[in-house]
Design a protein around this ligand. Sequence first.
Ligand SMILES: NC(=O)c1ccc[n+]([C@@H]2O[C@H](COP(=O)([O-])OP(=O)(O)OC[C@H]3O[C@@H](n4cnc5c(N)ncnc54)[C@H](O)[C@@H]3O)[C@@H](O)[C@H]2O)c1
Ligand SMILES: NC(=O)c1ccc[n+]([C@@H]2O[C@H](COP(=O)([O-])OP(=O)(O)OC[C@H]3O[C@@H](n4cnc5c(N)ncnc54)[C@H](O)[C@@H]3O)[C@@H](O)[C@H]2O)c1
Lengths: 203, 203
Amino acid sequence: TIPQATVARLPRYLHCLTDMVDSEAKCSSEQLAIAAGVNSAQVRKDFSYLGSYGTRGVGYDIRELRSQIRKVLGLTRTYPVVIVGAGNLGSALTNYKGFDAWGFDVVAVVDIDNDKIGDPVDGLKIESANRLADIVKERGIEIGIIATPASAAQSVANRLAEAGVTSILNLAPTILQTSDEVFIRRVDLSTELGILAFHRNSG
Amino acid sequence: TIPQATVARLPRYLHCLTDMVDSEAKCSSEQLAIAAGVNSAQVRKDFSYLGSYGTRGVGYDIRELRSQIRKVLGLTRTYPVVIVGAGNLGSALTNYKGFDAWGFDVVAVVDIDNDKIGDPVDGLKIESANRLADIVKERGIEIGIIATPASAAQSVANRLAEAGVTSILNLAPTILQTSDEVFIRRVDLSTELGILAFHRNSG
Ligand SMILES: NC(=O)c1ccc[n+]([C@@H]2O[C@H](COP(=O)([O-])OP(=O)(O)OC[C@H]3O[C@@H](n4cnc5c(N)ncnc54)[C@H](O)[C@@H]3O)[C@@H](O)[C@H]2O)c1
Ligand SMILES: NC(=O)c1ccc[n+]([C@@H]2O[C@H](COP(=O)([O-])OP(=O)(O)OC[C@H]3O[C@@H](n4cnc5c(N)ncnc54)[C@H](O)[C@@H]3O)[C@@H](O)[C@H]2O)c1
């Protein structure tokens, strides 16, 4: 099977290959390494897990590599997504067109604030979080994005899991406790700034 | 020196300790491990790099540990931050109060769109990106957050570096090429969703 660290780099290669596909037919592992910010031996090793070896002196076929990565990542179909929390961040995410290109389709955005429920956000209407389980079932939702305050994130994760959503992107600065079949990715922007601060101090 | 992987976990421990500090005086490595989503041996190892060993059977002093981590991360003072790009994401970030608690103070938000320049966002006014170098100097800005389209991100990074901002959080889905003294953290939400999709497919 493909190592986790390789999986985590595949979307990055996909971005780079997508930037190149309109201008080049082939690329070398060196070119891709520079574009992706890794070393070229890492590129060759990662692609060997996909069964892609490239041709010495010629490199990799960009279109073929892209479709290979998309297949491995499962990006050959659309994934219906729900965003929980229609505040600053949740609304920005709902408006974001960049997810469509990857096949992530935000089909619902829910909140508990009665002042927000019914408001339009990018072609959708904010719906009540009370209907989360029904919405998940009606629209076959597979991925949930948590954009609520940290204090609500755990109960939201529980309700998503109960409704059958076992892939969760948690944007609230808190660690969720979930059962093994729920897979969680976490992004915490304050942590990222904290790491930048560390590097400024250890100069 | 402290390993990179340990540094990346410190903000997470800080979140957990901050959640605990009002209710407990001490915590064990097991408690912290569960809260932070790592194993307890990792907790003990990470803290040994900080010179914190806890007392067998009693655990770690929460307040002491927090101030130790803040000191190591350099979070004992305020860092002036500029956000470049006042669109959906940039505005959400400017409105976000969570950064203040960590000492990250958004002191400017700039854009190139004349329709946006002069508009208020959370107590600030959107300023022209043409004045970036002056704004960095006038307000002693140390960290830059890039929230522009990917196509503009590289030129923005160059201008931030020229203006003396060598710590950058890049939110645009592109890999920046910068000189060695510029330190970059990257967050790409589509990549996070891509990794979730992979796990759904590999079952
Ligand atoms: N805005 C940012 O730039 C930013 C940056 C980093 C982290 N975050 C994190 O993202 C999360 C959202 O931030 P924000 O700035 O959008 O906050 P916000 O207060 O603007 O929005 C939160 C929304 O969640 C809703 N909500 C609360 N409990 C809920 C529940 N149980 N179910 C459904 N909706 C619920 C609220 O009604 C509100 O509309 C927070 O956890 C924050 O720490 C935000
Ligand atoms: N909105 C999201 O939820 C989200 C999610 C993931 C990634 N992103 C990434 O974050 C970035 C911003 O996304 P968004 O949704 O806010 O886009 P947006 O189009 O709403 O905002 C981008 C802003 O950047 C400004 N801009 C363009 N070039 C500039 C330059 N050279 N200097 C200063 N400002 C400039 C534009 O005028 C605009 O106001 C994009 O790269 C996007 O891919 C956004």
